[in-house]
Design a protein around this ligand. Sequence first.
Ligand SMILES: Nc1ncnc2c1ncn2[C@@H]1O[C@H](COP(=O)(O)OP(=O)(O)O)[C@@H](O)[C@H]1O
Ligand SMILES: [Mg+2]
Length: 488
Amino acid sequence: MDGFSGDVDLEDLDLDSDADDSGEADEASRGLFDDLLEGEPIFENKEVLRPSYTPHKLPHREEQINNMATILVTALRGETPSNILIYGKTGTGKTASAKFVSEELETTSQKYEVPCEVEYINCEVTDTQYRVLAQLANKFIDKNGRYIENRLEELGDLRDRAAEDPAELDDTDFDSVAAVENEITSLESDLEEFDPVPMTGWPTDRVYSTFFDAVDYHERVVVIMLDEIDKLVEKSGDDTLYNLSRMNSELDNSRVSIMGISNDLKFTDFLDPRVKSSLGEEEIVFPPYDATQLRDILQHRAEIAFKSATLSDDVIPLCAAFAAQEHGDARRALDLLRTAGELAERGRTETVEEAHVRKAQEKIELDRVVEVVRTLPTQSKLVLYATILLEKNGVHNINTGEVFNIYKRLCQEIEADVLTQRRVTDLISELDMLGIVNAIVVSKGRYGRTKEINLSVPLDETEAVLLSDSRVGEVEDAQPFVQARFDN
Ligand SMILES: Nc1ncnc2c1ncn2[C@@H]1O[C@H](COP(=O)(O)OP(=O)(O)O)[C@@H](O)[C@H]1O
Ligand SMILES: [Mg+2]
């Protein structure tokens, strides 16, 4: 079994080997993962640092969590809680806190046997009125199905007992075995009537009424959590919220309360005033974390995530400081810590050091830039590419006119529409806001004012991303016409 041993000496590998001894080479390369598995890994449980993990403790969010609970406790008394709107930038713990509260609410409702249910929807994924209503309808159809089946089991049992001893019916709503039978038949037909909503194809009002009937099937208080609600409104308007927020006046058995969660503090500006006042009955703000709070959060998670004594002392404070600069984002802090750990693991060191955190910061920043650049519209990519070509030729403090000239040539080269210099100036301002270029307005005395543009992102990586775009990649060789600019 030599071929399976971890030690592969590259010199032993005959890379030019013929087809008939390729079996041997194949076996020899089985050491591939052994190398990587070697050495003590740094992580005890890396999953704990991923966004999908829901922590059981949320330090520095006691106030917000208590506020939510104070409003929602109404549901446990069988009444309708006020609608709640939650605001805060990304990574301030909104989703984690909302999920925590909803789990507690459901557990308590089961303990006291009060019918209260929470439905969570992520509107970044489920982003049209049709999909939101269909998803809700189908969830309640499922729940009703389980509710009916439990009830059928109880009733079947009661019927059997009552058939032997009619006194079994004394404390029930039924006066005869036949009445129990009737109820069973009626429930069985209800079970068949619920028609799940298909993913597409029904008129919206049919989806809505299916959802409505499913929710109203029996007495209960329902809290609908719409996370990333700003994405839903941005994409599909506020019809969904309008419909949901006026349901209560028509429901007979159940009550609905809405909890909207938004990353965008100004999102209610886009809402119909009626929706706005109904949805924002209660508002809870999640402020950014400061560096000290981020340290606490990281400390808690690090204890479970890492093997003991693998983090050097300055790692957590540095992750916290970087993330605090980035608007107090706990997600960024956790990403940094995880990435730093991964870099240490890849470097086969035994501890995570400050240098790993700095590298992680660079890596995450670069990933962000790559993603932003990759998703720019073609015209912005061409403007950015023009800027890069100028920088590559040693031009700094580039002005708008220079960018425009090269941009025009690029457009001609790939037969794209040429925008006006004014529009190009706007696109440059957008690139500035995204942090891709830095454009400052400078006065040129009697020649008026111009912009001085410099690239704020790594040149080579950004160029590579631009050229991977199928349109921009059509530019064969830009050097001649960039060079021509210097010649005249
Ligand atoms: N107070 C906290 N304690 C522990 N972890 C937190 C806390 N706040 C946020 N997190 C973690 O940070 C990440 C981002 O939080 P999340 O709730 O998704 O933010 P938001 O929904 O506001 O964008 C998640 O991994 C979450 O578990
Ligand atoms: Mg969230």
